[in-house]
Each structure stands twice: as C-alpha cells, then as structure tokens.
Design a protein around this ligand. Structure first.
Ligand SMILES: O=S(=O)(O)c1ccc(O)c(O)c1
Ligand SMILES: [Fe+2]
Length: 353
C-alpha cells in the first residue's frame, strides 16, 4: 500500500493547482516548432538547450519547460502551493513518507523560486513551489492570439498500475475525486482529482507505470480546439493528431490529443465544469459504457491506452515500469473498440439485433 501518513500526523502541503511540467526532448528546435509554431504557446525565455513556454492567460514565468536530453521523458510535474511556508510543509510531508526529497534554490529552474522536488510514492518526480517570476499576461493581446489560442495549463494525467492506491495517496494530499471509471467488480480503472475548482489537476489512468500519459492545456472555446486541428491539417501535420476532436464523457470537456515530436502526448481541452462546492458529488462511470471516454461513442485509439512517456527520478534516471496487475481497460470492454453498451438501452446501430 502507498506509504500515506496516519491522518493528521503531518499535514500535506496546501496545493493550489497543477502549474508546470518539465519535459525532456531530444531536439529542442523541433519541439519549439511544434509547441510555438503549431500549438501557439508563447516563449518566455530560451537558450540552446531549454525553452520556457506559457499560454496566453498565464502570468507565471512558464507552464511548460522543454529541456534537451538524450531520451524523451518527464523530468518533473510541478504543483503551485499557497505560500512560501507550504514549500517547507511539502518537505516535511515527503520526508515523513521516507522518499527522496531535494530542496532547490530560487532559480534552479529559471523563473521559479525556492522549491522542493520529491520522488513520490508512485514513482513520479514532483515539484512544489510558491514564488515565481511574473511576466506579462497576454490574455487580451488578441493581436498575438491565433484562432486556436491556448489559455492555460489545466491538468496532468499519469499512468499508474494501481489506481486505487494512487487515489488514496492523492486524497491524502488533499485532492478530491470528481469522476472515476469502475468495473462491475469495483475495479478502479481511472480517477480524476482536483485542487482548483475544475474537474481535475491530476488524472490517474490504470496501466503499466509510472509513466506520463499527458499534460493538458485549456482553451476558452470549442472552436479554438477545432482550429488547432484545422491548422495542423493546413500545415500537412495532421499526423500529430492522435485522438479526437471530440466530447469527453468524463469531465464533459471538448478535446483533441496531439503527440509532439518525441511522442509526448498533449491534450487541448475546454469547457469542463465547476467543482468548487464542498459537497460536490462524484460521478462514477461503468467501464462498459461506451460514452464514458467519448460522449459520442467514438472509439479510443489503441495507442491512447498503450503509449505514455518515460518518467525520470531526481537524478535523471529513467524509472522502471511496473505492470498493472488488475484488468486493463482496453481489454475489459468488447466490440469495435471494446465498447459494450451506450448509456441508454436503445438498440445499437449496426449491432446484431
Ligand atoms: O477520455 S475521458 O473522457 O475519460 C477523459 C476525460 C478528461 C480528460 O482530461 C481526459 O484526458 C480524458
Ligand atoms: Fe486529460
């Protein structure tokens, strides 16, 4: 079981939201072209090995760092905490869990203040910070926005072998579950948890892990998601589109997934829903419901279930991946994509009567 502290032993850090990801990329110039020229993110700072990117609504230095390395991987998922003291709280909490913990001086990552990096019990390199350099917010610089203007980073999605264990760990960190996908035998296939008042800051996808499934950016409107797709088509780069566009069942968000030059997966996502009241109810889906992952019942491409990014430890070493022991979602559903039934019981078009 995940080493979670006795309730009330050491309080977890007060986490505000998912704030930035640091990805290792093998060709920063190719990655820059993808994230800037195709997705439209803004360069806050760059040197020959590193590019610091942000979206138009963001005033912190960056929400994505691309750093040159030999192998594509996740170097860190960073959460913003509510005050400088909560960085110390993060250090105390994770030292009590007995996992690797490193203090980082201001500037260890350009634009970020004093921070703590940990290798968490799930095997993910997490960073907790408060202070960060403010840079101009471009939310009304409409002359700089493309028609697909990305507003902000929204969430991380990680692949973990044991979703229930991971969910316990994140709930102990103060995250609250908004939606999940369960089997008839109560197997937990996926779970979405939040700190900010949207559907999630972190999503847990059952599979061989630790691996990074995707990072997601939000736009304000569905048309902006569609423009990203149209722009990729216009540039003859449609091969970057992996899944969608479509409407999610879980979260109700409109989405598309693209793969970057290193095959890191990025979701462009919009119009999920408010989750800020204390009694916000959990929405549970049946794994056999073929509208759970796409509200229109469109198939989930196999690569979306199977492929994910390698995760590094605090010394930059790729983490071993452990096989999921429970059922894999892609295998428990039947039919074209493994779907078995829609939410209603109307006869399936084209299915044998
Ligand atoms: O495919 S799902 O509807 O389960 C889904 C919902 C929200 C997400 O952010 C996501 O990546 C996937
Ligand atoms: Fe997502």
């Amino acid at each position: 079981p995940a080493p979670t502290p006795e309730p009330g032993a050491i309080p977890p850090p007060d986490i505000v939201r998912a704030a930035y990801a640091e990805l290792v990329v093998t060709d920063p110039a190719a990655s820059r072209e993808f994230y800037v020229d195709l997705l439209g993110l803004v360069v806050t700072h760059e040197d020959e090995d590193t590019v610091y990117l942000r979206a138009f609504e963001e005033y912190l230095h960056h929400s994505l760092v691309l750093r040159r390395g030999d192998g594509a991987a996740l170097a860190a998922l960073a959460y913003r905490v509510r005050s400088p003291g909560e960085v110390d709280a993060a250090e105390r909490y994770y030292r009590a869990l007995g996992v690797p913990v490193e203090r980082r001086a201001a500037g260890a990552t350009r634009g970020i203040g004093p921070a703590v990096r940990v290798l968490d019990p799930l095997g993910f390199p997490l960073e907790f910070f408060y202070e960060a350099e403010h840079v101009p917010r471009l939310h009304q610089d409409y002359d700089l926005h493309g028609a697909g203007a990305i507003a902000r980073l929204d969430h991380f999605n990680i692949v973990v072998p044991d979703v229930a264990r991971a969910e316990r760990y994140y709930r102990a960190l103060g995250f609250r579950v908004t939606e999940d996908i369960r089997g008839a035998d109560d197997t937990l296939y996926a779970s979405w948890l939040h700190r900010k008042d949207t559907v999630h800051d972190i999503a847990l996808t059952g599979g061989d892990g630790p691996r990074l499934h995707h990072i997601a950016f939000s736009t304000h409107e569905r048309g902006q998601v569609l423009h990203v797709c149209d722009l990729l088509g216009a540039r003859r780069r449609s091969a970057h589109i992996e899944r969608g566009p479509g409407r999610h069942g879980v979260s109700n968000a409109f989405y598309v997934y693209v793969r970057d030059p290193d095959l890191h997966r990025v979701e462009i996502y919009t119009t999920d829903y408010y989750t800020g009241d204390p009694d916000h109810p959990v929405l549970s889906w049946d794994v056999r419901d073929n509208q759970r992952r796409d509200w229109w019942g469109n198939p989930v491409v196999p690569s979306w279930y199977a492929e994910a990014s390698t995760v590094l430890d605090l010394n930059g070493k790729p983490q071993p991946v452990f096989a999921r022991e429970e059922n894999h979602e892609a295998e428990v559903t039947v039919g074209a994509d493994g779907f078995s039934f829609a939410r209603d019981t109307s006869p399936q078009v084209g299915s044998p009567s």
